[in-house]
Ligand binder design. Structure first.
Ligand SMILES: CC(C)(COP(=O)(O)OP(=O)(O)OC[C@H]1O[C@@H](n2cnc3c(N)ncnc32)[C@H](O)[C@@H]1OP(=O)(O)O)[C@@H](O)C(=O)NCCC(=O)NCCS
Length: 194
């Protein structure tokens, strides 16, 4: 098992977060299409106000993984999109395969019948450097997050995962997450903290 140190995400380490993001996430993630400046703005925006729940882990000086979690993260994402709408429009125009999914997500956002998870605190992103995957880093990231959540007296937290991301689903199920619901593209999981 690696000896890991955890640090809150901030302007000093956000470049390491972006490098991990680019290495770990597949190209079908919309945020993978952001340029370096927009991606670091995105992670700094999300980590703001969520101190302690958005952190990066290091083994020595090597960044090995990160987690973005918190309450009201959907609102933080919406706020980021609002504040950076011109840059986001350019990303969509440069990547036309995202035009239809983004229009559809606009419609579901305003739909009253949209399903809502019972967990208001969620993990938006967790990633481990491909070089270090399978060595217990993901497990340690979740364990560190859960120890922080217990301080906050959180009993339940959740996340969503793409249906196509079978590896991550197996990872979450092994870490005690339970399937809550699913839609065309994603599965929603929750975990009770005891
Ligand atoms: C998903 C991810 C965070 C897991 O991190 P990791 O450091 O590789 O996982 P760990 O080594 O801590 O594995 C913990 C357990 O999950 C299992 N596991 C991890 N990845 C797995 C996979 N792809 N398939 C099956 N099981 C897996 C491990 O076998 C291990 O099981 P054990 O507890 O019985 O030993 C990492 O693979 C990753 O960054 N993936 C790309 C980004 C991503 O998809 N993030 C999730 C977005 S929803």
């Amino acid at each position: 098992m690696l000896d890991l140190r955890f640090k809150p995400i901030n302007s000093r380490n956000v470049e390491d977060v972006c490098a991990l993001h680019r290495a770990a996430y597949l190209d079908d993630h919309f945020s993978s299409k952001f340029n370096d400046q927009l991606l670091s703005k995105y992670y700094l925006h999300l980590s703001d106000l969520n101190d302690g729940l958005c952190f990066i882990s290091y083994s020595g000086t090597q960044a090995v993984g990160f987690v973005i979690a918190g309450k009201s993260l959907n609102n933080k994402v919406k706020e980021f999109v609002r504040l950076n709408r011109i840059a986001i429009c350019f990303v969509i125009l440069r990547n036309p395969s995202f035009i239809i999914p983004k229009i559809k997500s606009l419609f579901t956002r305003f739909s009253k019948s949209k399903w809502k998870s019972t967990a208001d605190l969620r993990v938006l992103s967790i990633a481990v450097s491909p070089q270090f995957q399978g060595e217990g880093v993901g497990k340690s990231l979740l364990a560190h997050l859960e120890s922080e959540l217990k301080h906050l007296d959180t009993k339940l937290y959740g996340l969503s995962v793409k249906k196509s991301n079978i590896g991550a689903q197996e990872f979450y199920e092994k870490r005690g997450f339970i399937y809550e619901a699913g839609d065309k593209n994603s599965l929603y999981y929750v975990k009770e903290l005891i």
